[in-house]
Ligand binder design. Structure first.
Ligand SMILES: Cc1cc2nc3c(=O)[nH]c(=O)nc-3n(C[C@H](O)[C@H](O)[C@H](O)COP(=O)(O)OP(=O)(O)OC[C@H]3O[C@@H](n4cnc5c(N)ncnc54)[C@H](O)[C@@H]3O)c2cc1C
Length: 326
C-alpha cells in the first residue's frame, strides 16, 4: 500500500468548480494541497450548468441585494481573469405587462447596472422588438423589450483552468481517485484514497474540504461517518437543444406566469438552447435523466418564437442535465 510521506495542509475532495477553485486559492497562499476527484475533472454538475456568469437578476425580487452585488463583482473578476472563456452576452427580455410592470423591470435593471462596479459591459436599455437586430425569430405582436448584460462561460474549461493553475502553484491533482474514508486523529485527518486501477493510498492532512457536490451528504455520512443536522436537497435542472430559432448572438430571457424565468441562447453554431427546469431529485446523485414533463415545460416556452422550419418536437436533442445541491 503506497503512502504519502508527509501530511499535507489540505485535502480537497471533489474536482468540480468549487474543489478546483479552493485548491487553486489555497495553493496560491502557499499551502500544500492535494485534490482528489473520483471520476474526471468537471465530469458532473460543473460541466452541465447553464454556463452563465451572472449576478442573479431574479434574486432582486427576493431583496437579495448583497448576494447580487457580490455576484456582479465576481462577474467582473472572472471577465478580467479569463477573457478567453468568459464572454459578454446581451439578454433580451420581451415585455409582458400582465407578468411584471415596465417600471418594476426598469428599476430592477437600474439596480443590476449599478449595484457593483461594471468596467466593460454595456448598461441595460429599452428596445423595440419589431426592429433589427432583435426581432429575428420572434412572433409578431411583441413590441417592447429590455436588454441587459451578463456573461457566458465554458464551464468545464473554467474547472480545468483552475486545476491547471492549482497544479502550477504546487498542488497535487489526482483524477480517477476517490476519497473512500477519512477519520480525525488528534490534529490530523487520516485519509484513504482509492485510485481507479491501483492500490489504495494512505495519507494525512491538517484539514479536509468536502466539495463533493451532489455526493456531499453521502460523503459525510458514509465515508467520514459524521452526522449533521443539516439536510441536502438535490435539485435537477435540464436544458433542451433545438435547431436554431433565431439569428444573432444575444440570449432571450422569458418571464413565465409561474414566476420562473427560462433563457434561450445560441448553442454551438446551428442550435438554440432552452433552459432550465428546477425539480427535486431523489435517489442516487449519479443517476439522473430528463423527464417528459421537463421537456414539455421547456418546449412550452417556445411559443414566443416563430415556428422554425425543422424545429419539430421530435427534433429535440437533450443537453446533459445534472443534480445540484441547493
Ligand atoms: C442545470 C444547472 C444549471 C446551472 N446553471 C448555472 C449557471 O448558469 N451559472 C452558475 O454559476 N451556476 C450554475 N449552476 C450551479 C453550478 O453548476 C454548481 O453550483 C457547481 O457546478 C457546483 O460545483 P461543485 O464543484 O460543488 O460540484 P460538482 O461539479 O458536482 O463536483 C463535485 C465533484 O465531487 C466528486 N466526488 C464526489 N464524491 C467524491 C469522493 N468520495 N471522492 C472524490 N471525488 C468525489 C464528483 O465526482 C464531482 O466531480 C447550475 C447547476 C445546474 C444543475
Amino acid at each position: 500500500m503506497a503512502t504519502f510521506p508527509t501530511p499535507v495542509d489540505l485535502v480537497v475532495v471533489g474536482g468540480g468548480i468549487n474543489g478546483t477553485g479552493i485548491a487553486r486559492d489555497a495553493a496560491g497562499r502557499g499551502l500544500k494541497v492535494l485534490l482528489c476527484e473520483q471520476h474526471d475533472l468537471a465530469q458532473h454538475t460543473s460541466s452541465a450548468s447553464s454556463k452563465l456568469v451572472h449576478g442573479g437578476l431574479r434574486y432582486l425580487e427576493q431583496y437579495e441585494f448583497r448576494l447580487v452585488r457580490e455576484s456582479l463583482a465576481e462577474r467582473e473578476v472572472l471577465l478580467r481573469a479569463a477573457p478567453h472563456i468568459v464572454h459578454p452576452m446581451r439578454f433580451v427580455m420581451p415585455h409582458v405587462p400582465q407578468l411584471r410592470p415596465a417600471w418594476m423591470i426598469r428599476m430592477g435593471l437600474f439596480l443590476y447596472d449599478y449595484l457593483a462596479r461594471r468596467d466593460t459591459l454595456p448598461e441595460s436599455d429599452s428596445i423595440d422588438l419589431r426592429a433589427a437586430p432583435y426581432h429575428d425569430g420572434l412572433k409578431p405582436g411583441l413590441s417592447k423589450g429590455f436588454i441587459y448584460s451578463d456573461c457566458w462561460v465554458d464551464d468545464a474549461r473554467l474547472v480545468i483552468a483552475n486545476a491547471r493553475a492549482a497544479a502550477d502553484l504546487g498542488a497535487t491533482v489526482l483524477t480517477r481517485t476517490a476519497c473512500v474514508s477519512a477519520r480525525s486523529e488528534g490534529a490530523l485527518w487520516r485519509v484513504t484514497l482509492q485510485p481507479e486501477n491501483a492500490a489504495p493510498l494512505e495519507m494525512s492532512s491538517r484539514a479536509l474540504v468536502n466539495v463533493a457536490g451532489p455526493w456531499a451528504k453521502q460523503f459525510l455520512n458514509e465515508n467520514i461517518n459524521l452526522d449533521t443536522p443539516f439536510g441536502l436537497k438535490l435539485v435537477k435542472g435540464s436544458h433542451i437543444i433545438v435547431p436554431r430559432l433565431y439569428a444573432g448572438k444575444h440570449a432571450f430571457i422569458l418571464q413565465n406566469d409561474d414566476r420562473r424565468v427560462v433563457f434561450v441562447y445560441p448553442y454551438e453554431e446551428h442550435y438554440t438552447l432552452i433552459g432550465t427546469t428546477d425539480v427535486e431529485h431523489t435517489g442516487d446523485p449519479g443517476e439522473y435523466s430528463v423527464s417528459e414533463e421537463e421537456i414539455d415545460y421547456l418546449w412550452r416556452r417556445k411559443p414566443l418564437f416563430r415556428p422554425y422550419s425543422h424545429a419539430g418536437r421530435r427534433g429535440l436533442a437533450l443537453l446533459r442535465h445534472s443534480p445540484v445541491v441547493r
